[in-house]
Design a protein around this ligand. Structure first.
Ligand code: GTP
Ligand code: MG
Length: 472
């Protein structure tokens, strides 16, 4: 029995039995050429592998902190700093989020009106004169009727966020993870920062186009811009109505301090050809689900050395924190955000826990974590603008932080106190001695934030170069 009779490949691949000398020569030539091409590919791959090994490792930054602490906003500042053109090309998508934010504020107001007009006040902090149900005058009732359809638009926009058209998602974001929409505390959430953006960009629009008008599909029948434009006057009147403010106060809602508040700029955000400014994009609120990795190239102060930076933005909601730990390995730096203006608030997801206490507990657990002991830790005591406004409005810090005692109820004193407390925790709880890097920040203020981020970038590049042995 011949070998080719039992080997199925040999039978197929064997040269024909009646092959002439000429045919044999030509076949062997083809085989030599094919082998040479294959060897060249192998060599190229090997060279690329060697090169990748010699490339400096990327600098990795992890953004941590509770929900609404400002992590995604800090990431937006990084993007503005190093890829402003690409950032601005996404304005069309952020326009949709601002619109969602406006409608969300309307929903909160309508809910507060309903609650206050039907049920007696239950908040212990309300004044006794406001215990009766609020009476909604005919003007307010009419406004409510006219604004209710906006809530349906909210649902439509949310659906679109959840499932961008197949065409958009395949052409612009192939390979990206699926989007999820979850209602965490009634907020719209996505877990990918690119696929949802594609859902609001006009088909065929250049992603790196600077002209935002190009990217917005002004003829889109589902665009809520027309409805918002037509109801601009109603929105203005709603926000100016004293009963609305009374209702919000009764419910303990300070809308102006929450993320995505645009009612003070209703004329701008409802204008016919509205596109958000950088400032509006920074203030737009979209809750993060899961962990998103963003890559960018940053150059040192002298413009000589460029490094790849990878920034990881996580969701801060309590139910999402279990997803953080796998990212702790091999991180160069953690920027921890503590929103210090939240001293008088409770966690939305766990109303019995104070937001400040939660930030302190999180900070302590990050410091104690041995896996992170060699990671640079940078603390942002964030939302100082809101802290300042709160203290000036008479809200007493010592009512919520009793250890503050009789110190003055002003911004300098309260922020200094918190800085000292966070520093003391680092000193007491860190497994190894560490430097305390801390900034008082307002990350919706682009200018001051860029200043802080440039300092962090330079520091990380220096440390990175030292670790790579490139400088002494
Ligand atoms: N006024 C003011 N608003 C801020 C500041 N930092 C963040 N915000 C706003 O607060 C809201 C929440 O900020 P995000 O950056 O989305 O918070 P996050 O930490 O990413 O929240 P999650 O994604 O839920 O974990 C956004 O609307 C921001 O624009 C600040 O320093 N001052
Ligand atoms: Mg976020």
């Amino acid at each position: 029995m011949r070998a080719s009779d039992v080997d199925p490949f040999a039978a197929v691949l064997a040269p024909p039995e009646d092959e002439t000398a000429e045919e044999r020569q030509s076949r062997m030539q083809r085989e030599r050429e094919a082998k040479q091409a294959s060897d060249e590919i192998d060599e190229q791959l090997s060279k690329e592998r060697q090169l990748a090994k010699r490339q400096p490792k990327p600098v990795k930054i992890l953004l941590l902190g509770q929900s609404e602490s400002g992590k995604s906003t800090t990431l937006k500042n990084f993007q503005l700093m190093c890829e402003p053109k690409a950032f601005r090309a996404e304005r069309a998508s952020w326009r949709a989020i601002v619109q969602l934010n406006v409608i969300r504020s309307v929903r909160i107001i309508l809910d507060a009106l309903t609650a206050s007009s039907s049920a007696p006040e239950s908040s212990p902090r309300s004044s006794s004169s406001s215990r009766d149900s609020l009476r909604l005058d005919s003007d307010l009732l009419a406004l409510r009727m006219r604004l209710i359809p906006l809530l349906e638009v909210h649902e439509a926009l949310a659906r679109r966020l959840a499932a961008p058209s197949d065409a958009a998602s395949t052409s612009r974001s192939a390979g990206l993870s699926t989007i999820f929409r979850r209602r965490l505390g009634k907020e719209i959430t996505v877990n990918s920062n690119v696929a949802w953006k594609a859902a609001f960009m006009r088909d065929g629009a250049e992603r790196d186009s600077f002209a935002t008008d190009d990217a917005v599909d002004w003829d889109d029948p589902e665009d809520p811009g027309v409805m918002l434009y037509e109801r601009a006057d109603d929105l203005r009147r709603l926000w100016a109505h004293p009963t609305v403010h009374a209702a919000l106060e009764r419910q303990g809602i300070r809308l102006q301090e929450s993320g995505g508040f645009f009612l003070d700029e209703i004329d701008i955000v409802t204008c016919q050809k509205y596109v958000p400014t950088d400032d509006h994009i920074l203030r737009a609120r979209l809750r993060t689900l899961g962990v998103a990795e963003h890559r960018m190239r940053l150059t040192d102060r002298n413009g000589n050395i460029t490094r790849e930076f990878r920034i990881f933005d996580v969701g801060g909601h309590s139910s999402l924190r279990a997803k953080w730990a796998p990212y702790f390995d091999d991180m160069n730096c953690i920027i921890f955000l503590a929103p210090i203006s939240a001293f008088d608030q409770q966690l939305e997801e766990e109303p019995e826990i104070s937001r400040l206490a939660d930030s302190v507990a999180l900070w302590t657990s990050i410091i104690k974590n041995k896996v992170l002991q060699d990671t640079n830790l940078i603390l942002f005591l964030n939302k100082i603008d809101i802290l300042q406004a709160k203290l000036s409005s008479g809200i007493r810090f010592s009512d919520y932080v009793t250890s503050y005692g009789r110190r003055p109820n002003d911004f300098d004193s309260a922020s200094r106190y918190m800085r000292k407390q966070f520093a003391a925790i680092l000193k007491d709880s860190s497994p190894v001695p560490r430097t305390f890097y801390c900034h008082l920040t307002n990350v919706v203020d682009m200018k001051s934030t860029q200043y802080v981020l440039v300092g962090i970038k330079d520091m990380l590049m220096q440390t990175h170069l030292k670790q790579s042995g490139l400088i002494i």
